[in-house]
Design a protein around this ligand. Structure first.
Ligand code: NAP
Ligand code: F7E
Length: 351
Protein backbone atom coordinates (compact mmCIF):
# COMPACT_ATOMS: atom_id res chain seq x y z
CA UNK A 1 0.00 0.00 0.00
CA UNK A 2 1.31 3.45 -0.90
CA UNK A 3 1.87 5.53 2.21
CA UNK A 4 0.48 9.05 2.27
CA UNK A 5 2.11 11.99 4.05
CA UNK A 6 1.10 15.58 4.68
CA UNK A 7 3.86 18.18 5.07
CA UNK A 8 3.15 21.64 6.42
CA UNK A 9 5.91 24.07 5.46
CA UNK A 10 6.60 22.11 2.27
CA UNK A 11 7.92 25.26 0.56
CA UNK A 12 10.59 25.75 3.26
CA UNK A 13 14.09 24.32 3.47
CA UNK A 14 13.16 21.18 5.44
CA UNK A 15 9.78 20.72 3.77
CA UNK A 16 11.39 20.60 0.33
CA UNK A 17 13.97 18.01 1.40
CA UNK A 18 11.28 16.01 3.19
CA UNK A 19 9.07 15.98 0.08
CA UNK A 20 12.04 14.80 -1.99
CA UNK A 21 12.91 12.12 0.57
CA UNK A 22 9.36 10.75 0.86
CA UNK A 23 8.77 10.75 -2.90
CA UNK A 24 12.00 8.76 -3.16
CA UNK A 25 10.52 6.22 -0.74
CA UNK A 26 7.37 5.87 -2.87
CA UNK A 27 5.04 7.98 -0.71
CA UNK A 28 2.15 10.05 -2.02
CA UNK A 29 3.00 13.50 -0.68
CA UNK A 30 0.59 16.30 0.13
CA UNK A 31 1.92 19.74 0.95
CA UNK A 32 0.30 22.75 2.57
CA UNK A 33 1.19 26.02 0.86
CA UNK A 34 0.27 29.62 1.59
CA UNK A 35 -1.33 31.70 -1.07
CA UNK A 36 1.02 34.53 -2.04
CA UNK A 37 0.87 37.17 -4.74
CA UNK A 38 4.07 35.76 -6.20
CA UNK A 39 5.13 32.13 -6.59
CA UNK A 40 6.67 30.77 -3.38
CA UNK A 41 7.37 27.22 -4.56
CA UNK A 42 10.90 27.60 -5.94
CA UNK A 43 12.33 24.96 -3.57
CA UNK A 44 9.87 22.29 -4.79
CA UNK A 45 9.35 23.27 -8.44
CA UNK A 46 11.71 20.48 -9.53
CA UNK A 47 9.43 17.92 -7.82
CA UNK A 48 6.20 19.15 -9.31
CA UNK A 49 4.31 17.01 -11.84
CA UNK A 50 1.01 18.18 -13.35
CA UNK A 51 -1.66 16.70 -11.04
CA UNK A 52 -3.60 15.55 -14.14
CA UNK A 53 -0.77 13.17 -14.94
CA UNK A 54 -1.07 9.58 -13.68
CA UNK A 55 2.55 9.96 -12.49
CA UNK A 56 1.70 12.79 -10.09
CA UNK A 57 2.51 11.94 -6.46
CA UNK A 58 2.98 15.45 -5.06
CA UNK A 59 -0.20 17.40 -4.40
CA UNK A 60 -0.31 20.96 -3.05
CA UNK A 61 -3.16 22.46 -1.04
CA UNK A 62 -3.71 26.04 0.00
CA UNK A 63 -3.94 26.53 3.74
CA UNK A 64 -2.46 28.36 6.70
CA UNK A 65 -1.63 27.33 10.25
CA UNK A 66 -3.81 30.19 11.46
CA UNK A 67 -6.91 28.58 9.88
CA UNK A 68 -7.98 25.65 12.05
CA UNK A 69 -11.16 24.84 10.10
CA UNK A 70 -9.17 24.46 6.90
CA UNK A 71 -6.62 22.20 8.59
CA UNK A 72 -9.37 19.98 10.00
CA UNK A 73 -11.08 19.68 6.61
CA UNK A 74 -7.80 18.89 4.89
CA UNK A 75 -6.79 16.20 7.38
CA UNK A 76 -10.17 14.52 7.01
CA UNK A 77 -9.94 14.63 3.20
CA UNK A 78 -6.30 13.53 2.81
CA UNK A 79 -6.24 10.95 5.64
CA UNK A 80 -2.44 10.90 5.79
CA UNK A 81 -0.52 8.07 7.45
CA UNK A 82 2.10 10.58 8.57
CA UNK A 83 1.99 14.33 9.23
CA UNK A 84 5.18 16.42 9.34
CA UNK A 85 4.38 19.76 10.97
CA UNK A 86 7.29 21.84 9.69
CA UNK A 87 5.52 25.17 9.10
CA UNK A 88 6.43 28.06 11.38
CA UNK A 89 7.61 31.62 11.53
CA UNK A 90 11.09 30.22 12.01
CA UNK A 91 13.34 33.28 12.35
CA UNK A 92 14.44 34.04 15.91
CA UNK A 93 15.31 37.72 15.33
CA UNK A 94 12.04 38.32 13.48
CA UNK A 95 10.14 36.79 16.40
CA UNK A 96 11.16 39.79 18.53
CA UNK A 97 9.55 42.05 15.96
CA UNK A 98 6.46 39.91 15.37
CA UNK A 99 5.95 38.12 18.70
CA UNK A 100 2.19 37.76 18.43
CA UNK A 101 2.28 36.44 14.87
CA UNK A 102 5.05 34.04 15.91
CA UNK A 103 2.97 32.78 18.83
CA UNK A 104 -0.01 32.26 16.53
CA UNK A 105 1.92 30.34 13.87
CA UNK A 106 4.78 28.66 15.70
CA UNK A 107 2.81 28.01 18.90
CA UNK A 108 -0.96 27.94 18.42
CA UNK A 109 -0.58 26.57 14.88
CA UNK A 110 0.56 23.29 16.44
CA UNK A 111 -2.57 22.86 18.54
CA UNK A 112 -4.64 23.52 15.43
CA UNK A 113 -2.79 20.71 13.65
CA UNK A 114 -3.13 18.36 16.61
CA UNK A 115 -6.83 19.13 16.94
CA UNK A 116 -7.23 18.44 13.23
CA UNK A 117 -5.58 15.04 13.77
CA UNK A 118 -7.68 14.28 16.86
CA UNK A 119 -11.00 15.36 15.31
CA UNK A 120 -10.36 13.47 12.08
CA UNK A 121 -10.17 10.26 14.13
CA UNK A 122 -7.57 8.80 11.76
CA UNK A 123 -4.53 6.84 12.92
CA UNK A 124 -1.90 9.27 11.71
CA UNK A 125 1.60 9.65 13.09
CA UNK A 126 2.53 13.24 13.89
CA UNK A 127 5.97 14.87 13.79
CA UNK A 128 6.46 18.24 15.50
CA UNK A 129 9.42 20.41 14.47
CA UNK A 130 10.78 21.26 17.89
CA UNK A 131 14.01 23.16 18.25
CA UNK A 132 17.25 23.48 20.19
CA UNK A 133 16.05 27.05 20.86
CA UNK A 134 14.08 25.41 23.71
CA UNK A 135 17.37 25.11 25.64
CA UNK A 136 18.19 28.80 25.19
CA UNK A 137 20.20 29.86 28.22
CA UNK A 138 20.95 26.33 29.48
CA UNK A 139 24.57 25.56 28.62
CA UNK A 140 25.73 22.59 26.45
CA UNK A 141 25.85 19.64 26.08
CA UNK A 142 22.07 19.50 25.66
CA UNK A 143 20.10 16.27 25.47
CA UNK A 144 16.48 15.19 26.01
CA UNK A 145 16.84 15.57 29.82
CA UNK A 146 18.31 19.10 29.74
CA UNK A 147 16.00 21.78 31.24
CA UNK A 148 14.45 24.23 28.80
CA UNK A 149 15.06 28.00 29.09
CA UNK A 150 13.90 29.72 25.89
CA UNK A 151 15.30 33.17 25.13
CA UNK A 152 12.99 34.52 22.43
CA UNK A 153 9.31 34.69 21.46
CA UNK A 154 10.19 31.99 18.92
CA UNK A 155 11.66 29.74 21.60
CA UNK A 156 8.70 30.32 23.90
CA UNK A 157 6.24 29.49 21.10
CA UNK A 158 8.17 26.28 20.32
CA UNK A 159 8.08 25.43 24.03
CA UNK A 160 4.28 25.47 23.95
CA UNK A 161 4.32 23.30 20.84
CA UNK A 162 6.70 20.83 22.45
CA UNK A 163 4.52 20.33 25.51
CA UNK A 164 1.18 20.26 23.68
CA UNK A 165 2.56 17.57 21.37
CA UNK A 166 3.64 15.53 24.38
CA UNK A 167 0.29 16.16 26.02
CA UNK A 168 -1.69 14.89 23.00
CA UNK A 169 0.49 11.78 23.00
CA UNK A 170 -0.29 11.12 26.65
CA UNK A 171 -3.92 12.30 26.70
CA UNK A 172 -5.20 10.79 23.45
CA UNK A 173 -2.66 8.11 22.58
CA UNK A 174 -1.68 9.87 19.37
CA UNK A 175 1.67 8.72 17.94
CA UNK A 176 3.12 12.23 18.28
CA UNK A 177 6.85 12.94 18.49
CA UNK A 178 9.08 15.97 18.98
CA UNK A 179 12.28 16.19 16.99
CA UNK A 180 14.47 18.63 18.93
CA UNK A 181 16.59 19.65 15.99
CA UNK A 182 19.73 21.74 16.30
CA UNK A 183 20.56 24.20 13.52
CA UNK A 184 20.66 22.56 10.11
CA UNK A 185 21.56 24.24 6.90
CA UNK A 186 21.95 23.67 3.17
CA UNK A 187 22.11 25.57 -0.11
CA UNK A 188 18.31 25.91 0.28
CA UNK A 189 18.59 27.66 3.66
CA UNK A 190 16.65 30.92 3.94
CA UNK A 191 18.85 33.85 2.92
CA UNK A 192 18.62 35.70 6.26
CA UNK A 193 19.86 32.89 8.51
CA UNK A 194 23.48 33.47 9.39
CA UNK A 195 25.10 30.62 7.42
CA UNK A 196 23.38 31.41 4.15
CA UNK A 197 23.82 35.16 4.65
CA UNK A 198 27.55 34.50 4.92
CA UNK A 199 27.88 32.09 1.99
CA UNK A 200 25.83 34.33 -0.32
CA UNK A 201 27.98 37.29 0.69
CA UNK A 202 31.17 35.32 0.02
CA UNK A 203 29.91 34.52 -3.49
CA UNK A 204 28.95 38.14 -4.17
CA UNK A 205 32.25 39.53 -2.80
CA UNK A 206 34.25 37.00 -4.78
CA UNK A 207 32.36 38.10 -7.91
CA UNK A 208 33.16 41.75 -7.17
CA UNK A 209 29.51 42.66 -6.63
CA UNK A 210 29.94 43.96 -3.08
CA UNK A 211 32.74 44.64 -0.61
CA UNK A 212 31.25 44.10 2.84
CA UNK A 213 28.74 42.08 4.81
CA UNK A 214 27.30 43.45 8.06
CA UNK A 215 27.00 41.02 10.96
CA UNK A 216 25.92 40.83 14.61
CA UNK A 217 27.28 38.58 17.38
CA UNK A 218 30.18 36.50 16.07
CA UNK A 219 30.78 34.72 19.41
CA UNK A 220 27.59 32.61 19.31
CA UNK A 221 28.27 28.87 19.11
CA UNK A 222 26.02 26.64 17.03
CA UNK A 223 25.95 22.94 16.21
CA UNK A 224 25.36 23.12 12.46
CA UNK A 225 24.28 19.99 10.57
CA UNK A 226 23.14 19.24 7.05
CA UNK A 227 19.38 19.51 6.43
CA UNK A 228 18.92 16.47 4.09
CA UNK A 229 20.37 14.24 6.82
CA UNK A 230 18.06 15.78 9.41
CA UNK A 231 14.84 15.10 7.48
CA UNK A 232 15.79 11.43 7.44
CA UNK A 233 15.97 11.55 11.25
CA UNK A 234 12.42 12.99 11.31
CA UNK A 235 11.16 10.13 9.16
CA UNK A 236 12.93 7.54 11.31
CA UNK A 237 11.15 8.92 14.39
CA UNK A 238 7.79 8.13 12.79
CA UNK A 239 8.88 4.59 11.84
CA UNK A 240 9.80 3.67 15.43
CA UNK A 241 7.71 1.20 17.45
CA UNK A 242 6.90 3.77 20.14
CA UNK A 243 6.60 7.57 20.02
CA UNK A 244 9.37 9.48 21.79
CA UNK A 245 11.23 12.80 21.66
CA UNK A 246 14.71 12.98 20.14
CA UNK A 247 17.61 15.42 19.94
CA UNK A 248 19.09 15.62 16.43
CA UNK A 249 22.54 17.22 16.31
CA UNK A 250 26.13 16.63 15.20
CA UNK A 251 27.66 17.05 18.68
CA UNK A 252 30.15 19.67 17.45
CA UNK A 253 29.87 23.39 17.95
CA UNK A 254 31.71 26.22 16.22
CA UNK A 255 31.34 29.99 16.51
CA UNK A 256 29.81 32.23 13.87
CA UNK A 257 33.34 33.68 13.52
CA UNK A 258 34.77 30.25 12.69
CA UNK A 259 32.03 29.65 10.13
CA UNK A 260 32.82 33.07 8.59
CA UNK A 261 36.54 32.37 8.48
CA UNK A 262 36.07 28.94 6.88
CA UNK A 263 33.63 30.26 4.28
CA UNK A 264 35.81 33.23 3.25
CA UNK A 265 39.03 31.17 3.21
CA UNK A 266 37.37 28.58 0.99
CA UNK A 267 36.87 31.33 -1.61
CA UNK A 268 40.44 32.63 -1.16
CA UNK A 269 39.32 35.69 0.82
CA UNK A 270 40.27 37.11 4.23
CA UNK A 271 37.06 37.57 6.23
CA UNK A 272 38.46 40.44 8.30
CA UNK A 273 38.71 42.58 5.15
CA UNK A 274 35.01 42.19 4.43
CA UNK A 275 33.02 41.83 7.66
CA UNK A 276 31.61 44.83 9.51
CA UNK A 277 29.56 45.03 12.67
CA UNK A 278 25.97 46.29 12.73
CA UNK A 279 24.13 46.25 16.06
CA UNK A 280 20.88 45.81 14.13
CA UNK A 281 21.71 42.11 13.97
CA UNK A 282 22.01 41.67 17.73
CA UNK A 283 19.07 40.18 19.61
CA UNK A 284 17.51 41.53 22.84
CA UNK A 285 18.38 38.19 24.44
CA UNK A 286 20.92 35.90 22.78
CA UNK A 287 21.39 32.16 22.89
CA UNK A 288 25.12 31.81 23.48
CA UNK A 289 25.83 28.16 22.82
CA UNK A 290 23.96 25.15 21.51
CA UNK A 291 25.67 21.76 21.12
CA UNK A 292 23.54 18.66 21.08
CA UNK A 293 24.01 15.13 22.33
CA UNK A 294 22.10 12.92 19.88
CA UNK A 295 22.89 9.59 21.59
CA UNK A 296 19.24 8.60 21.80
CA UNK A 297 18.72 9.10 18.06
CA UNK A 298 21.91 7.16 17.36
CA UNK A 299 20.99 4.27 19.66
CA UNK A 300 17.27 3.98 18.97
CA UNK A 301 16.97 5.22 15.38
CA UNK A 302 20.41 4.25 14.11
CA UNK A 303 20.78 7.83 12.87
CA UNK A 304 24.29 9.25 12.43
CA UNK A 305 25.16 12.63 10.84
CA UNK A 306 28.10 12.86 8.47
CA UNK A 307 28.39 16.56 7.51
CA UNK A 308 29.07 19.23 10.13
CA UNK A 309 30.07 22.92 10.61
CA UNK A 310 33.14 23.69 8.53
CA UNK A 311 32.47 21.14 5.79
CA UNK A 312 28.96 22.55 5.55
CA UNK A 313 30.38 26.06 5.15
CA UNK A 314 32.49 24.94 2.19
CA UNK A 315 29.60 23.05 0.61
CA UNK A 316 27.32 26.09 0.87
CA UNK A 317 29.97 28.48 -0.49
CA UNK A 318 30.46 26.23 -3.53
CA UNK A 319 26.70 26.14 -4.11
CA UNK A 320 26.31 29.93 -3.86
CA UNK A 321 29.27 30.61 -6.14
CA UNK A 322 27.78 28.23 -8.69
CA UNK A 323 24.32 29.78 -8.33
CA UNK A 324 25.76 33.22 -8.93
CA UNK A 325 27.73 32.06 -11.95
CA UNK A 326 24.48 30.69 -13.40
CA UNK A 327 22.64 33.92 -12.61
CA UNK A 328 25.44 35.79 -14.36
CA UNK A 329 25.07 33.92 -17.63
CA UNK A 330 24.39 36.32 -20.50
CA UNK A 331 21.01 34.82 -21.35
CA UNK A 332 19.70 35.64 -17.88
CA UNK A 333 18.09 39.05 -17.64
CA UNK A 334 20.46 41.55 -16.00
CA UNK A 335 17.65 42.55 -13.65
CA UNK A 336 17.95 39.16 -11.96
CA UNK A 337 21.65 39.69 -11.40
CA UNK A 338 21.01 43.14 -9.97
CA UNK A 339 18.33 41.85 -7.64
CA UNK A 340 20.75 39.22 -6.29
CA UNK A 341 23.30 41.93 -5.53
CA UNK A 342 20.73 44.28 -4.05
CA UNK A 343 19.31 41.67 -1.74
CA UNK A 344 22.79 40.78 -0.48
CA UNK A 345 23.78 44.40 0.13
CA UNK A 346 20.55 45.68 1.60
CA UNK A 347 19.40 42.39 2.95
CA UNK A 348 15.78 43.01 1.96
CA UNK A 349 15.01 43.88 5.59
CA UNK A 350 17.41 41.08 6.38
CA UNK A 351 18.05 39.94 9.94
P1 NAP B 1 11.70 27.70 6.77
O1 NAP B 1 12.63 27.45 5.63
O2 NAP B 1 11.57 29.06 7.34
O3 NAP B 1 10.25 27.19 6.31
C1 NAP B 1 9.10 27.50 7.04
C2 NAP B 1 7.89 27.00 6.27
O4 NAP B 1 6.71 27.32 7.03
C3 NAP B 1 7.70 27.65 4.89
O5 NAP B 1 7.21 26.67 4.00
C4 NAP B 1 6.62 28.69 5.16
O6 NAP B 1 5.86 29.02 4.03
C5 NAP B 1 5.76 27.94 6.16
N1 NAP B 1 4.89 28.80 6.94
C6 NAP B 1 5.22 29.88 7.69
N2 NAP B 1 4.13 30.39 8.28
C7 NAP B 1 3.09 29.63 7.89
C8 NAP B 1 1.69 29.65 8.16
N3 NAP B 1 1.15 30.58 8.96
N4 NAP B 1 0.90 28.71 7.60
C9 NAP B 1 1.43 27.77 6.79
N5 NAP B 1 2.74 27.70 6.47
C10 NAP B 1 3.55 28.61 7.03
O7 NAP B 1 12.06 26.72 8.00
P2 NAP B 1 12.96 25.40 8.01
O8 NAP B 1 14.37 25.79 8.26
O9 NAP B 1 12.62 24.56 6.85
O10 NAP B 1 12.45 24.72 9.36
C11 NAP B 1 11.34 23.83 9.37
C12 NAP B 1 10.76 23.76 10.77
O11 NAP B 1 11.75 23.31 11.68
C13 NAP B 1 10.27 25.09 11.33
O12 NAP B 1 9.17 24.82 12.16
C14 NAP B 1 11.43 25.59 12.18
O13 NAP B 1 10.97 26.47 13.18
C15 NAP B 1 11.93 24.27 12.72
N6 NAP B 1 13.35 24.20 13.04
C16 NAP B 1 14.28 24.56 12.12
C17 NAP B 1 15.63 24.42 12.41
C18 NAP B 1 16.70 24.77 11.40
O14 NAP B 1 17.86 24.90 11.80
N7 NAP B 1 16.38 24.87 10.11
C19 NAP B 1 16.01 23.89 13.66
C20 NAP B 1 15.03 23.50 14.56
C21 NAP B 1 13.70 23.65 14.23
P3 NAP B 1 6.35 30.17 2.96
O15 NAP B 1 7.35 29.48 2.07
O16 NAP B 1 5.10 30.55 2.29
O17 NAP B 1 6.98 31.26 3.78
O1 F7E C 1 21.50 32.77 13.93
C1 F7E C 1 24.14 35.05 15.10
C2 F7E C 1 22.81 35.08 15.82
O2 F7E C 1 19.50 33.31 12.55
C3 F7E C 1 22.56 31.97 14.43
C4 F7E C 1 16.47 28.81 13.15
O3 F7E C 1 16.47 27.83 12.14
O4 F7E C 1 18.13 27.62 14.42
C5 F7E C 1 17.86 28.86 13.79
O5 F7E C 1 17.88 29.92 14.72
C6 F7E C 1 23.47 32.82 15.30
C7 F7E C 1 22.74 33.65 16.36
O6 F7E C 1 19.78 30.99 13.55
C8 F7E C 1 24.00 37.49 12.43
O7 F7E C 1 22.79 36.09 16.83
C9 F7E C 1 25.36 36.97 14.05
O8 F7E C 1 23.43 33.57 17.58
O9 F7E C 1 21.18 31.64 11.68
P1 F7E C 1 20.47 32.23 12.84
P2 F7E C 1 19.22 30.75 15.03
O10 F7E C 1 18.81 32.00 15.69
O11 F7E C 1 20.20 29.89 15.74
C10 F7E C 1 17.21 27.23 15.45
C11 F7E C 1 17.63 25.89 15.97
C12 F7E C 1 15.79 27.31 15.02
O12 F7E C 1 14.95 26.56 15.50
C13 F7E C 1 15.41 28.48 14.18
O13 F7E C 1 14.19 28.20 13.48
O14 F7E C 1 24.13 33.78 14.46
N1 F7E C 1 24.32 36.11 14.10
N2 F7E C 1 25.20 37.84 13.04
C14 F7E C 1 23.47 36.40 13.12
N3 F7E C 1 22.31 35.82 12.75
C15 F7E C 1 21.66 36.33 11.65
N4 F7E C 1 20.51 35.74 11.23
N5 F7E C 1 22.15 37.42 10.97
C16 F7E C 1 23.32 38.04 11.33
O15 F7E C 1 23.75 39.01 10.70
Amino acid sequence: MTKRALITGVTGQDGSYMAEFLLGKGYEVHGLIRRASTFNTSRIDHLYVDPHSPDARLFLHYGDLSDGARLTTLLAAIKPDEVYNLAAQSHVRVSFEEPEHTADTTGTGTIRMLEAVRLSGIQTRFYQASSSELYGATPPLQNEDTPFYPRSPYGAAKLYSFWITKNYREAYGIFAVNGILFNHESPRRGETFVTRKITRAVAAIKAGMQDYVYMGNLDAVRDWGYAPEYVEAMWRMLQADEPDDYVVATGEGITVREFLQTAFEHAGLNWEDHVRFDERYLRPTEVDALIGDASRARNKLDWVPTIRGKELARLMVDADIEALEHAGRPWIDKVQLDSWATSVVHGAAEQ
